[in-house]
Design a protein around this ligand. Structure first.
Ligand code: PLP
Length: 380
């Protein structure tokens, strides 16, 4: 059945997921990680859906999350080992311990002696060695310890001697999102590896354990060539992909698995505008491509089958109105799209756009004549 037939009765705006594209994205990353000899610990903050996560982690039972709610939902769905990759605070420890008590191997993240002390203390009080990965800064982008610093050993020792479980080190090259070339992406990937391997060596030389050496972002996982010394990678957005990833050369526009289904609601013909019923409440306010050579506005406009229409992008967004027009400088004229025409708009940032919706309307990979519905969840 054609996409047009499958989607025609949906209320717009809504979120459409092309399962065949998602599966191909997952298979590509699985193969890359096997070739590089590392375990994939996918970040599930992108899909935030148990149904989607079942496909992402079908080859294993380890995952990364960005909220405790994600940890709780995915643990309840059967994921056995979960890394909560956001700095730990004392007020989250009761939930961490409660979830660990259910049998989930939940691992926390930290990069200070202060955090190590309260994690060690909580471990002793609960009689449960809470596992922790030390965050290492590989690109000056966000948090983390300097890889070769004495602080790595000092904090590792507080955990290990204090009753917690020093599980290893991790880094996230968030700066790779601003890389301007393939060579720069490879450099970010090398820096991730070098940073965590250096920190792991410091721990081991000091007689401390470091079984996990973890790197990860979709751009670096896609361009890494040598992950010697690394044990796992944690990309997430590769599952769905988006225009920022396409702009970086990580994927093609045709590899973007989600789109917002919208309907034409009017025109400003003298300005070349078509108005749709999806504004920033549907697309999110993310303008991640604004800093890239090809600014895609609030999203690339496709026909209902998912094929981009000339140079059409969403050039402006109000809460529930999107303004669709050829991108600035385009040579093609705006096509006539009558009121009622259904369009699909590809997002700048998959995590942000998907988070605007309660679930995915899934065009199933088996070509089934029915749409599936995969609920998403929210909250912290
Ligand atoms: N690990 C951490 C700590 C992250 O913060 C993120 C994303 O923000 C990821 C992994 C996944 O990276 P990506 O979104 O590029 O797939």
């Amino acid at each position: 059945m054609s996409h047009a037939d499958l989607l025609a009765d949906l209320h717009t705006p809504c979120l459409v997921l092309d399962e065949a594209i998602m599966r191909a994205n997952i298979a590509r990353m699985d193969a890359r990680m096997s070739e590089l000899g590392v375990t994939l610990r996918p970040h599930l903050k992108t899909v935030k859906s148990v149904d989607a996560a079942r496909q992402v982690i079908r080859n294993g039972s380890a995952a990364t999350v960005s909220t405790l709610r994600e940890a709780e939902v995915f643990a309840a769905s059967g994921v056995e080992e979960i890394f909560y990759a956001v700095g730990i605070t004392p007020n989250k420890l009761p939930r961490i311990l409660a979830l660990r008590a259910t049998g989930c191997d939940l691992i926390v993240a930290l990069d200070s002696a202060e955090q190590a002390r309260f994690v060690a203390e909580a471990s002793r009080m609960a009689g449960d060695r809470i596992p922790a990965l030390l965050e290492i800064d590989s690109d000056g982008h966000r948090a983390g310890l300097i890889p070769a610093s004495d602080a790595v050993v000092e904090i590792g020792r507080i955990l290990s001697d204090g009753g917690a479980d020093l599980r290893g080190v991790f880094t996230h090259a968030g700066g790779s999102y601003e890389a301007g070339s393939e060579a720069a992406l490879r450099t970010y990937a090398d820096r991730e590896r070098d940073a965590v391997v250096t920190a792991a060596n410091r721990l081991r030389e000091a007689g401390l354990p470091c079984p996990v050496v973890s790197v990860g972002s979709t751009p670096t996982a896609s361009f890494a060539t040598d992950l010697t010394g690394v044990t796992e990678a944690r990309p997430g957005v590769y599952t769905l992909n988006d225009l920022v990833m396409a702009g970086l050369g990580v994927c093609g526009v045709e590899d973007i698995a989600i789109s917002v289904l919208a309907t034409v609601i009017g025109h400003q013909r003298e300005r070349g505008w078509t108005l749709v019923d999806a504004g920033w409440m549907a697309m999110s306010r993310d303008r991640g491509t604004a800093a890239q050579p090809l600014d895609q506005g609030y999203g690339v406009v496709c026909d209902i089958d998912g094929t981009p229409i000339g140079d059409l992008v969403m050039i402006g967004a109000n809460q529930e109105h999107g303004i669709v027009a050829p991108r600035p400088g385009a040579t093609t004229a705006a096509p006539d799209l009558p009121v009622g025409t259904m369009l699909r708009i590809l997002p700048n940032h998959a995590c942000a756009t998907a988070a605007q919706f309660d679930g995915y309307h899934v065009v199933q990979a088996d070509g089934s004549g029915d749409l599936a519905y995969w609920p998403r969840f929210r909250g912290w």
